[in-house]
Design a protein around this ligand. Structure first.
Ligand code: ZN
Length: 240
């Protein structure tokens, strides 16, 4: 059995479609979404429909939360402010209710999913080093947890110590715990513009991060056509 584990889609339909095609190619039969379906790019509703049709476990991301609220937007830079306003306008009331009801943490079979951190799932802190990962490990009660939020794929491994392991594949050992960032489908920020997600091969206990080309031009054209900030289109090419 193989799971496709994906998140930080950020309303990028072209990237999401590329990921799901590849997941089918990889014989993934199960799906799990680690949040931030909406925000930044031009197809929030379309991406929501795709995820809803998969009928898979989903956790809430900070953009899902912000987009589903009607409170005044404070503390965001003008660009993020504009993008959030646009997304709120694009979503229906029932879309917002669906996003609002998502949980912060879920257990799926023998693993956990969370958008940002396990020590404060609704606090939206970033795990950017092994010390941040240690705090999450203290609240991780399954051997593996998948997360996102930083838009950079990473494997954190805990045995006697916690360390960051590089590479795109990791074999899971029984004596260790794993906190795995699957990267971002729709707005990678590790300098590689290609869509990122992970395949969890349960039978062989292997997790592989996959990177995929997608029709970035089309996604960028949609952003400009929607009247979203041009910088959101430009950053897709940079992978930042
Ligand atoms: Zn995100």
């Amino acid at each position: 059995m193989k799971f496709a584990i994906f998140g930080d889609i950020h309303a990028n339909l072209e990237a999401l479609e590329a990921v799901l095609l590849d997941a089918a190619d990889q014989d993934c039969t199960h799906f799990t979404c680690i949040g931030d379906i909406v925000g930044y790019n031009a197809n929030p509703r379309e991406c929501m429909r795709v995820v809803q049709q998969l009928d898979c476990p989903v956790v809430k991301g900070n953009h899902d939360e912000e987009a589903s609220m009607s409170t005044e937007i404070v503390g965001l830079n003008p660009l993020a402010h504009r993008a959030l306003e646009w997304t709120r306008d694009a979503l229906s009331e029932s879309d917002k209710e669906w996003l609002q009801e998502l949980r912060f943490v879920r257990q799926v079979r023998d693993f956990t999913i969370v958008h940002a951190t396990l020590d404060s799932p609704s606090g939206w802190n970033y795990v950017t080093n092994k010390f941040d990962a240690m705090a999450s490990f203290a609240y991780q009660f399954t051997p593996v947890c998948f997360f996102g939020h930083t838009h950079a794929p990473r494997f954190y491994v805990k045995d006697q110590n916690v360390q960051l392991e590089m590479g795109d594949t990791i074999r899971l050992e029984e004596a260790s715990k794993y906190f795995i960032n699957v990267g971002s489908v729709g707005q990678p920020r590790d300098g590689d513009w290609r869509a990122s997600y992970a395949v969890y091969d349960v039978d062989n206990q292997v997790v592989t991060v996959r990177r995929l080309d997608y029709d970035i031009k089309k996604a960028q054209e949609k952003i400009l056509k929607a009247g979203l900030p041009e910088m959101l289109a430009n950053r897709l090419t940079l992978g930042k």
